[in-house]
Design a protein around this ligand. Structure first.
Ligand code: ZN
Length: 373
């Protein structure tokens, strides 16, 4: 759980709540403030004119909600100079990997790891960016990019379509995502990446632990877990998805969960799943012929997914619907909230966010849509 609720929610009156100007990476008041592009400049340039506008949801007007269009280049968030430098190293490592990927070149496990880490950065960056510009639910984030990478299970589904003109879309960065930044999709030219990350997302079917119940507190949440089977079973996740893709999975544990889980599993299983005996970071696995195997450390092209042969909007529609359905799936899972006030606010937010997703799903279903970002 990623949120705590700042104030009473009045969903009849769209209320824009401005977030404090903190650093997108560390969450502290930025020292030597710089601007971080939530969507990196190299990616904006790779996919079209840097001056073009994107649709970034809705914002409040006295007369009601209004669409917000921002130039990609202006979609920025404050950051410390020091943090900005650290993460520009990640961008520098990511750019060549994404370029190789778009060219369907051989990739190794390290490359996939870079991609997954970068998706953590982009996903949390989009989440914080969307709250910074458009926080009508009054959500106060309780973690930032630093705390959101390498500490939870993550996966990416890579889809390929026939070659098309340059494109950049992100799908699913709406109110459900603002409440739980678990799943979003990024489309880069003819590839789509559905990224899902969450504590214990993969732990049950990696045989590590079974989540029995989620508990939500005012500042975050925790799950009650019991011992896992110590066997890997496929599928790893309990939502449906279009299988015409390459599936990458990496189990990662936070300090909180690793303490409990490592006391419940044997060394053999621990060594199979994690990169070393003492690590909380998992190996990169991918799905091949009905089972899960470690992705080879040598560069290879086995990652290249089969191709769709669809007009772009149809490809967008299928992958877009799937992203919203995955969000709804995790959104409806039962949680325990002891505080009655928190519980009723949470329910109101949830209803609003689900309603919004369902309206979009209906539009996609009926093919009554224009491309939205
Ligand atoms: Zn910082």
């Amino acid at each position: 759980m990623a949120i705590h609720i700042k104030k009473d929610l009045n969903i009849d009156r769209f209320q824009l709540i401005f977030m404090e100007k903190v650093c997108i990476f560390c969450g502290q008041r930025p020292y030597n403030k710089t601007k971080e592009h939530v969507i990196p400049k190299w990616l904006i340039e790779l996919t079209g004119s840097p001056k073009r506008y994107g649709f970034f949801g809705y914002y409040n007007e006295d007369k009601g909600p209004k669409e917000m269009h921002l130039s990609f280049n202006d979609f920025t968030f404050p950051a410390c100079e020091k943090c900005n430098k650290t993460y520009s190293d990640l961008e520098a490592k990511t750019k060549p990997v994404i370029l190789e990927l778009l060219d369907e070149k051989p990739l190794d496990g390290k490359d996939i790891n870079i991609i997954l880490t970068w998706f953590d950065k982009v996903r949390i960056g989009l989440w914080l960016g969307s709250l910074y510009y458009n926080n009508i639910l009054g959500i106060n984030p309780n973690f930032y990019i630093d705390q959101g990478t390498f500490s939870r299970d993550r996966m990416v589904l890579i889809y390929k379509n026939k070659p098309i003109k340059k494109r950049l879309n992100f799908i699913g960065v709406y109110h459900a995502f603002q409440m739980h930044p678990i799943c979003f999709t990024l489309i880069i030219n003819n590839f789509a990446f559905t990224n899902v990350a969450k504590n214990l997302l993969l732990s049950e079917n990696f045989g590590l632990a079974v989540l029995q119940e989620d508990i939500i507190f005012k500042r975050g949440g925790a799950g009650i877990i019991k011992k896992g089977s110590q066997k890997i079973s496929y599928p790893l996740v309990d939502f449906n998805f279009e299988k015409n893709c390459t599936e990458f999975y990496q189990p990662n544990l936070s300090d909180y969960y690793s303490k409990q889980i490592f006391s419940m599993i044997n060394d053999e299983h621990r060594e199979k799943i994690f990169i070393s005996k003492s690590s909380k970071i998992g190996n990169i696995f991918y799905h091949r012929d009905g089972s899960l195997i470690k992705y080879p450390t040598k560069k290879n092209r086995s990652w290249v997914p089969p191709s769709f042969d669809l007009p772009f909007l149809e490809f967008f529609r299928i992958i877009g619907m799937q992203s919203l359905q995955i969000q709804n799936h995790y959104f409806k899972k039962k949680s325990i909230i002891f505080d009655p006030k928190l519980s009723s606010e949470f329910k109101k937010q949830q209803q609003f966010a689900l309603k919004y997703n369902n309206i979009l799903l209906e539009r996609l279903e009926k093919r009554d849509f224009e491309e939205f970002g």
